[in-house]
Design a protein around this ligand. Structure first.
Ligand code: AMP
Length: 330
């Protein structure tokens, strides 16, 4: 156990009100680590008020078994609260910008620590998911009052399944060990996997469109722009398109890829993935960031899209040992 985990528990014990935040546009690990930590703390300290805040995402409402998906928290609750932010590398991406109103703040995350905000930081960029860390936090300190429940175990399992792409990426012995511990709690694993492996009929049709229309460059870089009009045609919104992001990985010659999703404001959310070059530094140049092989960014204009495609294509060509004019370098 590291000192920081003990310091975090000591802070939790000091406060009556604890408000847990996570990032905007949450994914299963953001919700899993947030709601999983909330469930652990509620079971461990029934006398404390524990809140989970941020915008509810209808597509992920199934993760919560409570009627109230996210908590409504009055401003005054922050006055004497401890704030914990999970799974969020950069402060501007924290959902619910009231987080600085708490008395003290703790960051728990598994992204590179590009922005070390908060009074305490427990950041381990090598971890498969923030949900993995939350289980380890419980495990390290169970002798000091932390209690695990089936509800928390289910949420953490969902987070790990989400961030590892159903155990395909960032997997290691430790993550399998944590998953095997989580399997010791009674929840319906198969129902969770079913939820995370099936998509609506419209989504399946969009998947077909993505595979048919992906542009694959000779470097192994692939991309596709999903316009708002197209998403409307498939009756899907940007928040319901996460399932298309891993699809290019099924094509053997694709080494890195970007899916551009047009927003109401006319700009584009960019979802970047790689199994070759490191992409988070490139994402940093476009208001983004994330993991070395899975990042997000923004393109404000079609010119930004072109520029980003160019940078990624050139980086792959360089990695392949081909210079921009097409001649080989090794
Ligand atoms: P996504 O493509 O939205 O699934 O995000 C992939 C990874 O990049 C996740 O770990 C996100 O937290 C991170 N990420 C996405 N968008 C951004 C952004 N604009 N800035 C920093 N990190 C991001």
């Amino acid at each position: 156990m590291s000192v920081i985990e003990e310091q975090i528990l000591a802070q939790i014990k000091r406060y009556e009100t604890i408000i847990i935040h996570r990032h905007q546009r949450p994914d299963p690990d953001a919700f899993g680590s947030q709601l999983g930590l909330k469930a652990i703390l509620e079971a461990s300290f029934p006398e404390k008020k524990i809140y989970a805040v941020g915008k509810a995402v209808p597509g992920l409402a199934w993760m919560s078994e409570d009627d109230e998906f996210m908590d409504e928290v009055p401003d005054k609750a922050y006055r004497d609260a401890l704030v914990i932010v999970v799974d969020t590398a950069n402060a501007p991406r924290i959902d619910d910008q009231r987080w600085p109103n708490g008395l003290e703040m703790i960051k728990i995350d598994h992204h590179p620590n590009d922005e070390p905000y908060g009074d305490w930081q427990w950041v381990e960029a090598g971890k498969s998911a923030t949900s993995t860390m939350i289980y380890e936090f419980y495990e390290a300190l169970k002798d000091q009052g932390l209690v695990m429940t089936a509800k928390a175990a289910r949420l953490l399992y969902i987070g790990i399944v989400g961030d590892t792409g159903r155990f395909m990426y960032s997997m290691d012995k430790e993550t399998f060990r944590v998953v095997s511990e989580l399997f010791g709690y009674p929840f319906d694993y198969e129902a969770v996997l079913h939820h995370m492996s099936t998509i609506s009929e419209n989504a399946a049709k969009l998947s077909g469109y993505v595979l048919q229309n992906l542009t694959i460059l000779p470097s192994g870089f692939a991309y596709l722009v999903l316009s708002k009009a197209l998403l409307e045609e498939f009756n899907l919104q940007d928040s319901g398109t996460a399932f298309v992001v891993p699809l290019p990985a099924t094509i053997d010659k694709v080494k890195a890829w970007a899916i551009f999703e047009e927003q109401d404001e006319g700009n584009y959310r960019v979802r970047l993935r790689s199994r070759s070059i490191v992409i988070n530094k490139i994402a940093n140049q476009f208001e983004g960031g994330g993991h070395p092989m899975a990042s997000g960014a923004w393109a404000q204009t079609p010119q930004d899209i072109e520029r980003l495609i160019n940078i990624l294509d050139t980086a792959l060509l360089a990695q392949n040992g081909v210079s921009e004019d097409g001649s080989g370098t090794n």
